[in-house]
Design a protein around this ligand. Structure first.
Ligand code: ADP
Ligand code: ASP
Ligand code: MG
Length: 937
């Protein structure tokens, strides 16, 4: 069978599907807001401390790096032992290690040092980087008769490239010999391409023939280099087509993979070695021969496979694959820059990762090594000092290891397979009918379509399988033909295609032993609003695969990867309004970023800063976002015109997790919230406009959060700046408490004014003082009108479930009617305010006689569902009466905190504490998105 169907297990499709991937090969808390809790000169205080569950804060600070290097120590010992083993050492250099003459020089140096140590070396070589692609392109150009590019140009390009390599690397005699064969090869290629051009078509065989020349040339170049006077090594080169034989029987024709004729190849190898008694062989990767003598290949990227085939036939001590990265990473480093280098993998884990798209290894290259347990190393030819990744027999963790280690243990890495399509066969008539699945897969098999993924709903109402995007139409037709009768009789209602999907595979030998892996994977996808179209888990539980839309694949990979702490949780931050609060927030992020990354696994990256007129976006090369140490000058020099759509789009491109920090007080910006939330973007803001607009709008925002797959909207700094007012309320409500009354001094300005004003000096004088000291808005009437307090009251009332409109809140304005009009200038207002001092002076002195103080408060009567903003008097001993400076204070009277209300007091205004409130919300968001608490690291 082309697809080894194993049977079905698991859970239902589309959230409820279950499945098995068809195996292809035989090997088969919350982070604490440090700012908010930090003690300040006049820090906040919470009396009658509520038992509010707060973040797990301290704990182990074992860094990932420390853990990784501890792990490496045992692998290092293993590697030392392996490299000292006698016998053949097989090395394979990929095109990335042979891309320039300098790279070939370093390969020669590497091999030369090994030869000097007396090793028996069998070196398998790919084509010079990019050459195979050029050869393939020439075949296509010839077959299509491309107007823009002619295959003859390709030939000249290859000639120039290889001649210059030969010039740089080879001694004169060797160069002449190389160029003679090379030019003969080019003539042959030209003749073949001309035939293709005439026929306007190319057979697979001709394509394979042309494709394989690159390895012949690169191997001769490296051979010549090693034999040059500089290295003077005794070595032989092997055309692997003289040794490696492919099968061409029924089984191999049915298989989508190249099958080796082991017996024939081993005999060939033995005679070749008998005829070439040498301890250094340079062999072409990739190419092999069909039984009829025609040249063929092991498929794209197949040199890895060539190397392990030779390693197996030689019973080699080790096989080392040299490439351009330090080893196998927990995800493609081009997609996840923060991916971790994997220390060691089992053969099966490596196969799964490769099969699902980790290009660093050919998926078939592990199987030849398994029988003799030949270790495989993946190393970086640009960094030969690195230990790389060691692939060898399975090592199941002991129970103790599973218990003591963190949640990423057992999960080795992720791969993405793109360009997949799903075929769904569904119909109520299928229930209980035996053999449907078998017939479906047989139809695919007959059509020579290989099935990547199978899943069946538990109801048997539908069967779904994944095939390569290019084969989907053939597959659909084959299935429709096979079920013509059932379709006519409506036993099967439809055969449908879901195009352009990707499979995200999570791989790890020990995953089965770690509870909750699947739920964590799904949670991470849901956090970024991606739904799984189907899922499959192999019976080994070594692989958990999820099908997502192709356009979501990269975001899904990044979100899933970071949720297992294989990389830090990247959050793309957009700052809207880098004024006073926004500016301090940027400074706070800059100061904390390293610690957050190190200790909490959160990577805050500011990728955009915008005002209403200009915006600065991070450059494509700024993986970590805008350089915050010089954002101001960059903003001055490089900011372009602002455009909110582009701003948001840019952030979405940079991370699956986006937070927009609106540090303005603008209604224009809050007007975007509904749209942003419904797109799954998160918002954090001190801007009160959205929450105090109409009740309808307020509800729309909450609905948008649901539509955006539970996007987050945090606004702690709406009330009391950085004081934990709203978060405390939420915790009380969630833990089942009920509010009776909320009473508070919510304006820093009015707090200051009334703390200073005791009747001994005129009210207008105190207002003037407050204005001078920068405590008021530019127009003090904005504070004295009480509207700001009313907005906060409205927001708190809504938080506990009251339906309140701002204009229904009675507000005692301290602005005399005569001075309220917009035609009265600020200067006139300040000048005429003393005319109205009398009334307040009298109220203050009456209060003073009773040892009481006047206070401007907001009150929410939760029992009677009434709100107001007014002047009240409080005894000097009352927490409100004794308030100092510009502090805010709020009393929560609840069922639990009735006799003695819960009090929150502290600085409730100013850029630093407001920014800290916003920052705290960003970290709260990180926790919701899955950032680890310290104990997990
Ligand atoms: P070579 O020419 O040496 O065979 P390849 O280009 O075939 O090199 O494979 C190496 C590349 O594989 C790396 O440069 C990297 O971009 C890509 N890659 C994809 N997934 C992974 C992964 N999980 N770990 C390491 N590299 C990966
Ligand atoms: N040169 C071949 C290719 O590019 C084989 C290989 O590099 O492994 O596919
Ligand atoms: Mg490769």
């Amino acid at each position: 069978m082309a697809f080894g169907c194993l049977g079905f297990i698991g859970a239902p499709l589309g959230g409820a599907a279950f499945a098995l991937r068809v195996p292809h090969a035989s090997v088969g808390s919350r982070p604490r807001c440090a700012q908010r809790r930090s003690s300040r000169a006049r820090g906040l205080c919470m009396e009658a401390t509520a038992s509010v569950p707060e973040a797990a804060v301290s704990g182990s600070s074992v860094s990932r790096d420390a853990r990784a290097s501890a792990h490496s120590a045992s692998t290092a010992a293993e590697i030392k032992e392996i490299t000292a083993r006698p016998g053949w050492h097989v090395h394979k250099f990929g095109g990335t290690s042979l891309a320039t003459p300098e790279r070939i020089e370093s390969v020669a140096r590497l091999m030369h040092s090994q030869i000097r140590e007396g090793r028996k070396l069998f070196v398998v070589l790919s084509a010079v980087g990019g050459v195979t692609n050029k050869l393939v392109a020439m075949v296509d150009q010839a077959a299509r008769r491309d107007k823009d590019s002619h295959f003859l140009e390709g030939i000249e390009d290859l000639r120039d490239q290889h001649e210059s390599f030969a010039e740089r690397l080879l001694d004169e005699d060797a160069r002449e010999a190389f160029l003679a064969t090379f030019n003969a090869d080019l003539r042959d290629i030209r003749d073949v391409l001309r035939a293709i051009w005439i026929a306007r078509t190319s057979s697979e065989r001709l394509r394979e023939l042309v494709m394989g020349y690159g390895e012949l040339w690169s191997t001769q170049l490296v051979w010549g280099t090693l034999r040059s006077a500089k290295y003077d090594c005794k070595c032989s080169w092997m055309d692997a087509r003289d040794v490696l034989l492919l099968r061409d029987d029924d089984e191999s024709r049915r298989s989508s993979r190249r099958l080796i004729n082991w017996e024939g190849s081993s005999q060939n190898l033995k005679s070749w070695l008998d005829n070439h008694p040498t301890s250094v062989v340079l062999a072409t990767g990739f190419i092999a021969r069909m039984p009829d003598g025609v040249s063929s290949t092991l498929g794209r990227n197949g040199s890895d496979h060539s190397a392990t085939c030779f390693a197996s036939m030689l019973r080699a001590a080790v096989c080392e694959i040299w490439t351009d990265v330090d080893g196998v990473y927990s995800a493609d480093p081009r997609q996840v820059p923060d991916a971790r280098l994997i220390d060691s993998l089992s053969y099966k884990e490596a196969s799964e990762l490769a099969y699902f798209g980790a290009k660093v290894l050919h998926p078939d290259c592990m199987s030849p090594l398994v029988n003799d347990s030949i270790p495989l190393r993946i190393r970086n030819s640009y960094n030969p000092e690195g230990l790389g990744t060691l692939v060898r027999e399975d090592r199941l963790l002991s129970d103790a290891e599973v218990k003591v280690t963190d949640r990423s243990v057992g999960v080795k890495g992720f791969s993405i397979m793109n360009d997949v399509a799903l075929i769904n066969v569904e119909g109520a008539g299928m229930i209980g009918v035996p053999g449907i699945a078998g017939r479906m897969f047989n139809a695919l098999f007959e059509a020579n379509v290989s099935c990547i993924f199978i899943s069946q709903a538990s109801s048997e109402y539908s069967i779904c399988c994944g095939v390569s995007g290019s084969a989907v139409q053939v597959a659909k037709n084959a299935i429709q033909r096979a079920f013509r009768f059932e379709l006519e009789e409506r036993i099967i209602s439809a055969v449908t295609i879901v195009p352009d999907v990707s499979i995200l595979a999570l791989v790890g030998e020990n995953m089965q032993r770690i509870p909750g892996v699947a739920s964590r994977l799904f949670q991470s996808l849901s956090n970024v609003g991606i739904s799984a179209i189907a899922m499959a888990q192999g019976s080994s539980e070594r692989n958990l695969s999820v099908v997502v839309r192709g356009i979501d694949a990269k975001r899904a990979l990044q979100a899933a990867h970071s949720s297992f702490y294989l990389s830090r949780l990247p959050i793309a931050v957009g700052i809207i309004g880098p004024g006073l609060v926004g500016g301090v927030l940027l400074l706070q992020i800059q100061e904390q970023a390293d610690q957050l990354a190190r200790e909490f696994g959160v990577q805050l990256q500011v990728h955009g800063i915008t005002t209403s007129s200009k915006m600065l976006l991070s450059a494509a090369t700024d993986v970590e976002g805008i350089n915050l140490s010089k954002w101001k000058s960059d903003f001055e020099d490089a900011a372009g015109p602002s455009n909110m759509d582009r701003f948001v789009e840019h952030l979405k491109q940079r991370s699956p997790h986006v937070v927009l920090c609106d540090c303005t007080a603008s209604e224009v910006v809050s007007g975007f919230y509904e749209n942003w939330l419904s797109q799954g973007l998160n918002i954090v803001t001190p801007n009160k406009k959205a929450n105090s607009s109409s009740m309808q709008q307020y509800k729309n925002l909450r609905r948008a959060q649901l539509a955006g797959n539970h996007s987050h909207f945090f606004y702690e700094a709406n009330v009391g700046a950085g004081l934990p007012v709203i978060s405390t309320m939420r915790d009380l409500l969630r833990t089942g408490d009920k509010f009776l009354e909320i009473e508070g001094i919510f304006s820093g300005t009015l707090s200051y004014i009334f703390n200073e004003f005791d009747g001994s000096r005129p009210f207008s004088e105190i207002v003037g003082l407050a204005k001078e000291q920068g405590y008021t808005e530019p127009d003090p009437r904005d504070d004295l009108s009480g509207m700001d307090v009313a907005r906060k009251v409205c927001i708190l009332a809504r938080e506990i479930g009251l339906e309140v409109e701002l204009d229904q809140v009675p507000v005692k304005s301290l602005v005399p009617d005569e001075l309220a009009g917009s035609d009265v200038s600020i200067a006139t207002f300040m000048e005429r305010l003393p005319e109205f001092d009398g009334n307040l002076a009298q109220m203050a002195s009456e209060a003073a006689q009773k040892q009481e103080r006047l206070r401007y408060v907001g009150v929410i009567d939760a029992v009677n569902k009434k709100c107001r903003v007014e002047l009240r008097t409080y005894p000097e001993t009352h927490p409100f009466g004794a308030l100092k400076g510009s502090d805010n204070i709020v009393l929560f009277r609840t069922v639990r905190y009735d006799a003695q209300p819960l009090t929150i007091r502290g600085p409730g205004a100013g850029a630093a504490v407001t920014a800290a409130g916003v920052f705290g919300d960003v970290l709260r968001l990180a926790a919701y998105l899955g950032a680890p608490s310290a104990a997990d690291l």
